[in-house]
Write a protein that binds this ligand. Structure first.
Ligand code: NAD
Length: 454
């Protein structure tokens, strides 16, 4: 399941051949190591607006070294930066957008490998007239910089609602650290559905200490990695998987000192059984991750139900969408999700851009985004709902994709490589953090900024 092309380009001969042929040379991405500082270097902070004055202090609480850097100044003494944060909330007209160039252009040559860039704006829908225009423009800027920054760098836009200025720490911790290695060109909204006060995070390296997380499809692939990362962050994990995967599930959960529940999430009584298990065994749940998913690809013209394979369309909708809907509803109705809890759906970029042979899968994954939209305003007690939309992640599911399609899928993104299950897991751990109660109603793609489609 490894990336053979990337292995080849890392060799001396591979470097020469790919340079000669003008082929992509993916930078090996830095990923977070347990216990390491969030940022290995210094972050330069600049801009004008509601947040700039508090940013250095916020980064300090996260153990991130930051310096205020006025626009137009490049460090003359060989200083390099690991990250750049620009507060653009003060930009109220399109003429002022040039402030982005003034800040970034001199600094872009002074970046370390795998740098992280964050632009902070005001949600355009919250302001009017010229300010709305200027704030909306930030999206094109960040998405383009993401495609040109290179060297494993990532660029994001954080729209911070008025009143949510004190709720940005957990998101900065994620976006500035290697935890977001494969997330780029994304727009994140903080406080868009009411600025819930973030819960206390006593320990940024174990923010989920004392919390309970349930993960469906936890025996392998992305689900297994989600279980591992949530466990690393301090949670007790309850893994769920089908009877055929029971022994793998038990092995993973034993290693993580967790709990397991063997069932098919599409079973009629699955929502009730899950609710009862979490209530009786754990007194409730703080993090619910709907990860279990299947593909049954075929063009729609060939998708008629068959006697041997059953109904491919129906099966995919049942596992990927109807089951998460029913389980979420049951857990909420029974009050099993604790205050400040987090519900996370696993969508897919196929659900955003569409894909040949995947009308069933893309419908199910777009529906997961619909579930986020439908519940984000409705949830009470600081409970949030968000989704990740993975792009090409190297797992058993994608190992089954034909070679040529797989190669194209891996290369056609700004980072020119496939992501790892841990990249999806880290994104989910950010949503799940008690510090992320103002992060609600988001769909973040974990796709290395896919060049095609969405
Ligand atoms: P995978 O096939 O390796 O793992 C899926 C897990 O879900 C398995 O353990 C499986 O047994 C379990 N599962 C399936 N049906 C179930 C059911 N009815 N009840 C309980 N458990 C069930 O897949 P993966 O690549 O790890 O994908 C995980 C999730 O990420 C899926 O929702 C998938 O659609 C999504 N996703 C993956 C990619 C990718 O590139 N791998 C891209 C986009 C989205």
């Amino acid at each position: 399941m490894s990336d053979l092309y990337q292995g080849f380009t890392s060799s001396a001969i591979g470097k020469q051949v790919t340079r000669l042929l003008g082929l992509p040379q993916p930078t090996p991405l830095e990923r977070y190591a347990d216990g390491a500082p969030l940022v290995d270097g210094t972050v330069a902070v600049g801009g004008h607006g509601r947040l700039v004055e508090s940013l250095v202090g916020i980064l300090d609480t996260l153990g991130i070294a930051a310096v205020e850097t006025p626009s137009g100044e490049a460090p003359g003494d060989g200083t390099t930066y690991k990250g750049l944060v620009f507060d653009a909330t003060g930009l109220t007209t399109s003429e002022q957008l040039v402030a982005l160039r003034d800040f970034f252009t001199p600094l872009l040559r002074s970046l370390d490998r795998c740098p992280r860039v964050v632009v902070i704006g005001t949600p355009p829908e919250q302001v009017d007239g010229a300010e709305r225009v200027a704030q909306r423009a930030l999206e094109g800027f960040t998405r383009s910089l993401g495609k040109e920054i290179g060297r494993g760098g990532t660029v994001q836009l954080m729209y911070v609602a008025d009143g949510a200025e004190g709720s940005v720490a957990s998101t900065l911790a994620f976006l500035l650290s290697p935890k977001s290695a494969y997330v780029s060109g994304q727009v994140v909204r903080i406080g868009a559905h009411g600025a819930a006060k973030p819960g206390p995070v006593a320990n940024w390296t174990r923010p989920l200490e004392g919390k309970v997380a349930v993960v469906t499809g936890a025996s392998r692939g992305i689900g297994e990695q989600i279980a591992r990362v949530l466990h690393r962050d301090g949670a007790t994990v309850v893994g769920i998987d089908v009877p055929q995967a029971a022994s793998e599930l038990q092995a993973v959960m034993r290693e993580l000192d967790g709990d397991h529940l063997v069932l098919d999430i599409t079973a009629k009584d699955a929502p009730q059984r899950i609710a009862r298990h979490l209530k009786d065994g754990h007194g409730g749940v703080d993090v619910v991750v709907h990860n279990a998913g299947i593909t049954r690809d075929r063009r729609l013209a060939n998708m008629a139900a068959s006697a041997d394979k059953g109904d491919r369309f129906e099966q995919v909708i049942a596992v990927n969408l109807t089951a998460p809907e029913r389980i979420t509803r049951e857990l909420l109705d029974q009050g099993v999700v604790n205050k400040g809890g987090s519900i996370v759906g696993v969508a897919s970029i196929a659900g955003i851009a569409g894909n040949v042979g995947q009308t069933n899968y893309a419908a199910s994954k777009a529906g997961v985004i619909g579930l986020v939209d439908s519940l984000a305003d409705e949830l009470q007690d600081g409970i949030t709902i968000n989704a990740v939309a993975p792009g090409f992640i190297i797992t058993q599911m994608t190992a089954a994709v034909p070679f040529a399609t797989r190669e194209v899928g891996q290369r056609l993104n700004a980072l020119a490589q496939g992501g790892l299950p841990v990249d999806v897991a880290e994104t989910i751990a950010w949503y799940a953090s008690p510090g992320s109660t103002a992060v609600n109603g988001n769909v973040v793609r974990v796709c290395g900024q896919m060049m095609l489609g969405a």
